[in-house]
Design a protein around this ligand. Sequence first.
Ligand code: EPU
Length: 419
Amino acid sequence: MDKILVHGGRKLAGRVRISGSKNSALPILAATLLTKEPCVIHRVPDLSDIHYMLTILSELGAEVERASGTVRVRAENITTDAPYEIVRKMRASVCILGPLIGREGEASVSLPGGCVIGDRPIDLHLKGFEALGAAVSVKSGNVRVLAPHLKGTNVSLRGKFGSTVLGTDNVMMAAALADGITIIDSAAEEPEVVDLANFLNKMGAKIEGAGSRRIVIEGVKELHGAEHEVIPDRIEAGTFLVAAAIAGVNVTLTRAFPEHLKAVLDPLGQAGFHIETSADQVTLKANGSRKPLRLDTEPYPGFPTDMQAQMCALLTMTDGISVVTDNVFPQRFMHVAELKRMGANIELNGGTAIIHGVPKLEAAPVMASDLRASAALLLAGLAADGVTEINRVYHIDRGYERIDDKLNDIGAQIERVKV
Ligand code: EPU
């Protein structure tokens, strides 16, 4: 198991190229199961979560080839039972359900357990499948969905924490091959949902309204192969912007879409950072005084829960009192205890962190608990006094492509050590 050593105090300057989006690529790869014909997906990031998804596709019988960022999938003959051993490693495996029931009329996947960021139920996914006419049963930790005849329907996917991203993806994929018209209300509006809908439409689906709260899907008889390029990862981009805010002089992100980043750029601007954008670039200059913030995570277009931990890292070193509430995953604060080990002053009150800024953090050995929490610790280490040692870094490799190399290219000093 690797660990990461971050030598604090180095200044960041230069250009970083943003990779393809993990959370777009995962459901898009699952969607290749909807057709027997070959699909070609470009800018697929090299991450362990992507590797799990490709393994699941192979185990289901698809031919999968990968050459750098391009993945070719041909799912000519497939089975519908996903192997527990791989599925259990990644919650996003659940998004193979929609394509399998759409194409084969049945699927069996082991139920994802909770994870450190919360319970993460899939009741809304199942509600959508049932509304389409599927019979759902949960037995011995497996979800079995039988759907010999999917029929278009009206369904609201609103849950108590708002919309569901993978739930919207799953129902949209199943409905693409249902008989008649499906209307999803309270759909997730995330850019990753739009990217999936664009790919499905290239495959011959008839989907309108993705990116709004109401998606209308006119079912078609079959889908065909298609080629697609995954959108840039807005959470990777946001993470590098916070790195620049914490330790930067002047950092430019290339292949980043500013229109997907508004909810991150606005608070960084309010906090005192100078930001310039063009069509596919963002520059952050870390000049001027920093101000504390009040942040509430919400589904898109609100401030993303996937950026909450990283912003907490920045605010620990921002003079004044900041208040950060996670309304999407109220338990997603595993980074707080670790940041406190580095000298941060944070009180946790339910789903709200009250952060009293301190002038400096001090390096300490810390433990990564989940993907975004590990990113937050790495960012905190960039400005801490001394060498921060981050253990269990496999979490960070699930969702950031070569983050240590990319940060080193702009001036950081990060080592990866085999233990
Ligand atoms: N929820 C339910 N019932 C459901 C589904 C979700 O109550 O059936 C709740 C969840 O427990 C949560 C909220 O609804 O409180 C939102 O969850 P959502 O379903 O939108 O999450 P997800 O689709 O499972 C994706 C991302 C997560 C990201 C969330 C929220 C992927 C592969 N994952 O998960 O990304 O945090 O949306 O934006 O797209 C990450 O990349 O670090 C990550 C965790």
